[in-house]
Ligand binder design. Sequence first.
Ligand code: CA
Length: 360
Amino acid sequence: MTKTDRRKFLAGSAAALAASSFAKPAIASGNIEWKMVMTWQKTLPGLGTGAVRLAKRITSLSDGRLTVKPYGGGELVPALQVFDAVSQGTAEMGHCAPYYWLNKNRSTAFFCTVPGGLTAQEQNAWLYFGGGQQLWDELYAEFGLRAFPAGNTGAQMGGWFNREINSLEDIKGIKMRIPGLAGEVIDALGGSSQVIPSQELFTSLQSGVIDALEWVGPWNDIALGFHKAAKYYYGPGFHEGGPTLELMVNKKAFDALPKDLQTIVKAACATENILMEAEYYRNNVVSFQALKDKHKVDIRAFPDEVLKEFFTVSEQIVADTAKEGDINKRIYESYNDFRKASMDMGFVSEFAFLKGRNRY
Ligand code: CA
């Protein structure tokens, strides 16, 4: 190729490039359009807004080649039918919490959180580098699904109580909104766990239909006004040390994506996984100050006697999931081995650091 030829060639390529960018609307029909259903309202701070941000990120990273349209809970399918909708392909994606699917398999909880389980940092370590993701892939393949960590609320609070908790006697007979395996812990201690839709939580607590509830943490709790409905705010949330939210994808649809779009989906999830946790932590700290200083909420720690039983009963309920099948046993063992090892290190590492920092 002579110099002139090369110039002509380059000019030709430039013209072709310009033409192809003009032709964009025409090839837009070749873009893939996916639906993302979710268990939350799109406007719910953190969970919902994070899911919408994730949908936008996938669309923008792929320059619209994979356009994701988010639908809040109930818009396309009812909130608790997200699993079935994505499994059956009614929607290609779902943003939700794996512990909503205990009726499919009780061990889905481990990919979210279990009572007395992992913190957000530990959860990520186990999922990304400790074999958790592989077990999750294996479990979800049975349902035609893939899932990736796509958000975390960080450590939650124990909840809002209309009675003082001074001993185990105070847990007996308590009617508390607390779902999943954690609800079984309250039941085992003589309480009565309830599942109530989020829009009915405030009135149920205020009117005395329930005595207590747990929701998320200061940021989400203050937004729902629970400090106006209950007197005491207890911690810690023994039942949710750092729940992972998931982006589930219909496996067939995911496998059929070009490799670069698969990478974009995974990378967008990893980004949201970090951002949502950071956003929660910062806003929880700010909202906690407001509850304490502005709203003068009576913030308390559960007494040791109660905390001891919460954690002891949790151990048993969580261990029992291993009896349900081979995959359940492997999930429990992998998770619990990591949890124990992390506690061993934490004793002289992070836990000791936090204890020292708070004390001195
Ligand atoms: Ca919760």
